[in-house]
Design a protein around this ligand. Structure first.
Ligand code: SF4
Length: 209
């Protein structure tokens, strides 16, 4: 099993065990997708693991949306409110199909750690929970699954660093588009490509570590 699949499976199991231990029921359901309006960040290894599973239709949507998001990012990567503003646009992830994740078994780690036990109405853009509880954060999302996902990501970054000599992080559909087009290779070439696109660095741009 590849390292991403291993981490993803371990994360799903750890979250399931945590929820059972705490007796927490989540309100997330199939067909509930407001979190898929968010700005999802993934690593190169996550995107590479996902790419072979995309259908032709998904690839076409990723190509269009990936390029559109790179253009948005070029203009706004230093805007401190960019993710919040993007969320309000209600621009769905290009992998969302009929209200369901079209790549559910292969979705990034960040998507797996976003869960809530609150009214899903609070997940809608422009409707933040007025008083999240102590076990919530960010916002009304469950704190521990969110942290577990972050830790799984960090383990994957270590592997990516060993494999490529650097770690590349950035918005999911732009990353998938760039990888599919073969536009990211060595550190120097990746830096040059992202720099030329105007999406490297800054507050929310692609990061090379
Ligand atoms: S990959 Fe799937 S779960 Fe994640 S934002 Fe896209 S549609 Fe939603």
């Amino acid at each position: 099993m590849e390292v991403f699949e291993r981490e993803a499976r371990a994360l799903d199991e750890a979250i399931r065990d945590f929820l059972a231990w705490k007796g927490l029921g989540v309100s997330c359901r199939a067909g509930c997708f407001a979190c898929c309006y968010g700005w999802v960040t993934a690593s190169r290894l996550e995107a590479e693991a996902l790419l072979p599973h995309l259908t032709e239709a998904q690839r076409a949507r990723v190509r269009a949306e990936g390029q559109a998001r790179l253009a948005l990012l070029k203009e706004a990567k230093d805007d401190p409110r960019f993710p919040e503003r993007f969320f309000l646009l209600k621009r769905p992830c290009p992998l969302l199909e009929g209200g369901l994740c079209g790549v559910y078994p292969h979705r990034p780690l960040a998507c797996r750690g976003v869960l809530t036990d609150e009214d899903p109405g609070y997940c809608q853009p422009g409707n933040p929970h007025p008083a999240p509880k102590a076990h919530h954060g960010p916002g009304h999302y469950l704190k521990v699954p969110h942290r577990m996902a972050r830790m799984a990501m960090e383990r994957l970054w270590e592997e990516e660093g060993r494999r490529y000599g650097f770690v590349l992080l950035g918005e999911l559909s732009g990353l998938l588009y760039l990888l599919e087009e073969g536009l990211l290779s060595s550190r120097e070439e990746t830096e040059a490509r992202l720099g030329a696109l105007g999406v490297l660095g800054g507050r929310f741009g692609y990061q090379i570590v």
